[in-house]
Design a protein around this ligand. Structure first.
Ligand code: F6P
Length: 379
């Protein structure tokens, strides 16, 4: 007979996004109020699980956090306990499997199940802990909304609001100075943020990884607009966008991160290209704004508060039903789950640059509606 679940733990890993606190609150409230369970939270992702750094999560601990972005548990995307970076007695950097220490810590606290909220790197370790016999339930998170098994991830809609409001702000200053304004947004290899944020924020040009761009097509849009009296142009570009004859722009390589390739800077690359061809003709200045981490922070919007609540509460139902080794998803607008084994490890849940993510269909409804209202994709 299966052992009844009485005490659970959770942790948040990878990069943050809005809605994480909503998930934590939902897990804790549901655990205590619906199922009468005890909850602890390991701090700083897997690092806390290794060092046994934890807090008790009672109702008071989750009071007042619902609207806040980020995570009260903190997180890290550098602590793979199966290949943990440490120094030996001579100070030399070595990598060691310290996962047994984590398993011992879980035993010490009588943890019957561990809920792991994170991206591909974090959930790959979740899979590996499940293989070691730990009772694991996973919850995917990303602002990029590119997890193939699920229809929507929390954090995405809040990030869209940031993009929309930024584009609204750029409109007034672009209009006042007759400028071309470029807004670079996140999303890795999926263009959802640039696409939906760009439509909502009324961008004239949207550049996404799924539709490689041609600089001549972009300049034609700028000149056409200028000639008909619209002396400003707003461009929303995804960090993963690339020219038809070129490559993605890489900001940095971080070897300690499961996703070592850090994208960024394509907005500036585009600005330099446009500067050469637009300025001599129309005299317009080209300016670039990189929205960056603002997209991941701030006040969580209504949609993500509700979505986070659904993800958390369903994870608890799974824990109590002992559906372990699985990840919560939304399918046909209903809560469901898939085996973690099926979705992690190859960039499949969208947290690595190696592909496998749920990307934009360049011939789908969203792109078609944008084209119908005159938005250019630079192709
Ligand atoms: O996947 C979420 C995301 O915010 C991407 O859109 C972005 O490229 C990346 O994380 C940034 O990650 P980091 O926190 O490692 O800089």
């Amino acid at each position: 007979m299966k052992k009844e679940v009485k005490r659970i733990a959770l942790l948040t890993g990878g990069g943050d996004c809005s809605g994480l606190n909503a998930v934590i609150r939902s897990i804790v409230k549901s655990a205590i109020l619906k199922y009468d369970l005890e909850v602890i939270g390991f701090k700083g992702g897997y690092h806390g699980l290794y060092t046994d750094d934890y807090i008790k999560l009672d109702l008071a601990a989750v009071s007042g956090i619902f609207h806040q972005g980020g995570t009260i548990l903190k997180m890290s995307n550098k602590d793979n306990l199966f290949n943990y970076k440490m120094k030996d007695e001579n100070g030399k950097v070595i990598y060691k499997d310290v996962s047994d220490v984590a398993v011992e810590n879980l035993k010490k606290h009588n943890i019957d199940a561990l809920i792991i909220i994170g991206g591909d790197g974090t959930l790959t370790s979740a899979r590996d802990f499940a293989r070691k016999g730990v009772n694991v339930v996973g919850i995917p998170k990303t602002i990029d909304n590119d997890v193939p098994a699920t229809e929507i991830t929390f954090g995405y809609r809040t990030a869209l609001d940031h993009i929309m409001l930024s584009l609204d702000a750029l409109h007034t200053t672009a209009f006042s100075h007759d400028r071309v304004m470029i807004l670079e947004v996140m999303g890795r290899n999926a263009g959802w943020l640039a696409l939906e944020g760009g439509i909502a924020g009324s961008a004239d040009v949207i550049l996404i990884p799924e539709v490689p761009y041609d600089i001549n097509s972009i300049t034609k849009t700028i000149f056409d607009r200028y000639n008909r009296g619209s002396r400003f142009t707003i461009i929303c570009i995804s960090e993963g966008a690339k020219p038809a004859d070129g490559k993605v722009t890489i900001k940095a390589i971080d070897k300690d991160s499961p996703d070592s390739i850090k994208l960024g800077g394509v907005g500036e690359v585009l600005r330099m290209q446009l500067d050469k061809v637009v300025k001599p003709v129309t005299g317009q200045d080209i300016r670039v704004t990189n929205l960056g981490y603002i997209q991941r922070g701030g006040v969580t919007n209504a949609f993500d508060r509700v979505l986070g609540t659904k993800y958390g509460a369903y994870a608890l139902d799974m824990v109590v039903a002992q559906e372990f080794g699985r990840m919560v998803i939304i399918k046909n607008d209903r809560m469901d789950s898939v085996r973690i084994e099926e979705v992690v490890g190859s960039g499949a849940i969208g947290q690595t640059s190696s592909g496998g993510a749920r990307i934009v269909n360049p011939h789908g409804d969203l792109v078609n509606s944008a084209r119908a209202i005159g938005i250019t994709f630079g192709d």
